[in-house]
Design a protein around this ligand. Structure first.
Ligand code: FES
Length: 132
């Protein structure tokens, strides 16, 4: 491995700090939980998780916590992504691949818009009607 300069080390430290902060739920108002049980991983949850993290970095979102969980009882629709964001109903998206994951960040998290065709659970359908 090549030697790193002080500036490279500082950049690496800052990048890792940001990653660690993404797991600190207290400071953030958006929480994303990816189902990473066996069936989720088999269906591609790692790709969905990587795409979510990349898109969060790309848009420099510092208010988003991303976590993983185990079995959510939704084998039929894995990978699943559960999102809690202010002003939005808690939403579970299903069959999330990398492209859909990126779309979720852009439309749901940034644009505050539900992506109905991927929604699995609509616990606050009354709120959804108000938005349409
Ligand atoms: S093993 Fe797939 S939802 Fe539990």
């Amino acid at each position: 491995m090549a030697k790193m300069t002080l500036a490279q080390l500082k950049a690496l430290r800052d990048d890792k700090k940001k990653e660690i902060n993404r797991r600190d739920t207290d400071a953030h108002d958006v929480t994303i939980i990816v189902g990473m049980g066996t069936c989720g991983i088999a269906a591609g949850a790692k790709d969905a998780m990587s795409a979510l993290i990349d898109e969060i970095k790309e848009h420099e979102l510092d208010n988003v916590t991303i976590k993983q969980t185990g079995c959510m009882g939704l084998c039929h629709s894995e990978p699943t992504v559960d999102i809690k964001a202010p002003g939005m109903p808690q939403t579970i998206y299903g069959n999330v691949d990398g492209d859909i994951a990126r779309e979720i960040i852009v439309k749901h998290v940034i644009g505050k818009e539900l992506i109905s065709k991927y929604v699995l659970d609509r616990p606050a359908s009354d709120i959804m009607k108000e938005q349409n």
